[in-house]
Design a protein around this ligand. Structure first.
Ligand SMILES: Nc1nc2c(ncn2[C@@H]2O[C@H](COP(=O)(O)OP(=O)(O)OP(=O)(O)O)[C@@H](O)[C@H]2O)c(=O)[nH]1
Length: 435
């Protein structure tokens, strides 16, 4: 073996020399690649017989092109290109082949060099599949992936944005995230939380959709930093939680509302009253409580039936509400007993409201099933916040005591309990009874 042949033989890449496509020389790597016992077993066979049927035409064209240029061999070698080969054992190999035309011992020949890429191909195929899986997952995700730069400009947004906000991703990219936040305070709170903790999970907020509707969202995100540790933006996901929020709101409403009258129920009213009491104490503001109880309601039920009694309660609730401001709170404490909280209201103004309620209830246009007018009246106990009160319950007790006195005094009237005994009572006009 010549030194050159020894060199070719030891090359890790497959080398073949063919004349008219018939192999006249093969090195050891060729034999290994095509799975024959020795290079000599390749001699006399055609290269074409190892080419996969789907690549045969492309391979023949390349050999023809290179062979027709044999006069100037070195000028136009075939660029490396991948071919599927079948080994003598029938196994498939992906081989990167480059070829060049030569004149060897006075006769034209083609020198082919092959690099086995089967393994790399498999890795690439796995990568492609993994990429496709990832893309499918990304496309079908209920969440919207997004990334902004340090200035809050959206750099990338996932396709989920079509379903959630109704925008195409390109309509969002390049815009600042603020542009689809209905409340800038929401976005500010989100940014503050990210800056403070580096990440947020299930952070609540709202966004405006392309059609102008507002949805509830929940965001989980983290801050991005560049190589120098500088803040570089935010990355994360957000999801539409409107349905869940609506359900929560509905549950909250059911848990805090009296179903018959639509008023706050006992617990919700007392919560609101506690809060108002603390605020009024803190700010030194006035506050009044009215305790209301329908008069002889048992008779109304007994004479007209329970359903009719319910109808009266509903009408009563409307009549009371009609006299109140948005800042007032009315609740049903139970049965036919109600309580009104009047914020920033002193005893005189509270008494005026109570008097209007008396009048409003008295004049409710109610009739019985037989068409007779149904007369309904209410008694009201009034108490105002005093600087010496230590708890809301002292105020409630005084209002309750005043209500008792209004009942005892003949009903259909307001009684005021200023606290501190009879000497503290105020005059509330002809139909008001001081306690
Ligand atoms: N229809 C109806 N009746 C109710 C409801 N809750 C309580 N009641 C009735 O309200 C009546 C309250 O009666 P009492 O506490 O004796 O008081 P009253 O008849 O209103 O008399 P005074 O309060 O002393 O003026 C009872 O008959 C209860 O059954 C309700 O949700 N619907």
């Amino acid at each position: 073996m010549s030194a050159l042949q020894e060199l070719l033989h030891a090359l890790p890449g497959a080398v073949l020399l063919a004349r008219n496509d018939v192999i006249v020389y093969a090195n050891a790597a060729s034999a290994a690649l095509l799975e024959v016992a020795s290079p000599e077993q390749l001699h006399g066979r055609t290269t074409n017989e190892f080419v996969h049927p789907l690549d045969k035409q492309r391979s023949s064209e390349r050999i023809y092109r290179i062979s027709s240029q044999a006069v100037e061999p070195a000028t136009a070698p075939n660029k490396p290109s991948e071919f599927r080969l079948r080994t003598s054992l029938g196994n498939l190999r992906m081989v990167l082949i480059s070829s060049v035309a030569l004149v060897v011992e006075g006769a034209p020949a083609v020198l082919m060099c092959g690099l086995d890429m089967t393994h790399q191909s498999e890795i690439q195929q796995q990568l492609r599949e993994s990429e496709q899986n990832f893309r499918r997952l990304f496309e079908s995700m209920q969440d919207v992936y997004y990334r902004t730069n340090a200035q809050g400009v959206v750099q990338h947004v996932g396709p989920g944005v079509r379903r959630v906000l109704g925008y195409e991703p390109h309509e969002i990219e390049g815009r600042t995230a603020e542009s689809y936040y209905p409340q800038s305070s929401d976005r500010d709170a989100f940014k503050a939380a990210i800056m403070a903790h580096g990440e947020v999970s299930d952070f609540p907020g709202q966004m405006v959709c392309k059609d102008g509707s507002i949805i509830d969202i929940s965001i989980s995100s983290h801050a991005l930093f560049d190589h120098n540790g500088q803040f570089a933006g935010i990355e994360g996901i957000y999801r539409d939680v409107t349905q869940r929020k609506n359900l929560e709101r509905e549950l909250q409403r059911l848990a805090t509302t009296d179903m018959l009258t639509g008023m706050a129920n006992r617990r919700a009213f007392l919560d609101a009253a506690e809060q108002a009491w603390a605020e009024a104490r803190g700010n030194g503001q006035a506050m009044c409580l009215l305790m209301l109880d329908l008069d002889h309601f048992k008779n109304i039920n007994d004479r007209n039936g329970h359903l009719e009694g319910d109808r009266v309660l509903v009408a009563f609730a409307q009549a009371v509400r009609a006299q109140l401001r948005a800042s007032d709170t009315v609740g049903r404490l139970g049965g036919e007993e109600f309580c009104v909280l009047l914020r920033t209201t002193d005893a005189d103004s509270g008494s005026e409201v109570a008097t209007r309620i008396l009048e409003g209830v008295r004049t409710m246009p109610l009739t019985t099933a037989t068409g007779e007018r149904l007369s309904v009246t209410v008694s009201v106990g009034l108490a105002n916040l005093r600087s010496v009160d230590r708890s809301l319950h002292e105020l409630l007790d005084r209002a309750d005591q005043a209500l008792y006195n209004a009942k005892r005094g003949g009903r259909d009237r307001v009684a005021f309990n200023a606290g501190g005994g009879p000497s503290h009572t105020d005059s509330l006009g002809p139909e008001h009874q001081d306690t």
